[in-house]
Write a new protein. Structure first.
Length: 150
């Protein structure tokens, strides 16, 4: 079993018990060595203290399991406000909010569509802007993000 899959299996019960969601795991070589990076979040946002607690838990667990033999560093952090919207859960989390979807090919003549997310299912999302609804096939979405206003 791949390291990322095993780490996911080990950490998800702890995250679930603590009201956190695993967004992504990355395990790759960087300077000066291997980095195990976890992006986690909660409905209220993740705090530094929560990231530290997850890091400490995972560090002890991985040491006891002897899962990774080479030297590595664990990083636990928030995915940030501009994290990509990918999964059903991601889309449900931003329902009713403004998002920007960039597509692989034009949809209604545009490759960048902005609007309020008003609907979704497993095959498509619906954005509304100025009273006009645009149905976007999910397989055509290259990246979707929450539209941030400053």
């Amino acid at each position: 079993m791949e390291i990322v899959d095993r780490v996911r299996e080990l950490v998800e019960p702890y995250l679930s018990q603590n009201g956190a969601e695993l967004i992504d795991i990355i395990y790759r070589r960087e300077q000066p060595g291997m980095v195990l990076r976890l992006l986690v979040d909660t409905p209220a946002g993740i705090t530094i203290d929560e990231c530290e607690a997850i890091n400490n838990y995972l560090s002890e667990l991985l040491d006891s399991q002897n899962l990774i033999e080479e030297h590595y560093v664990i990083e636990v952090s928030s995915p940030g406000l501009d994290r990509p919207i990918k999964t059903d859960r991601d889309f449900e989390r931003v329902m009713g909010r403004e998002i920007t979807a960039n597509t692989f090919e034009p949809v209604d003549g545009k490759k960048e569509i902005e609007g309020t997310l008003v609907g979704m299912n497993k095959d498509e999302v619906v954005l509304e802007s100025d009273g006009i609804s645009t149905v976007i096939p999910r397989q055509k979405i290259a990246v979707a993000r929450l539209k941030l206003e400053f």
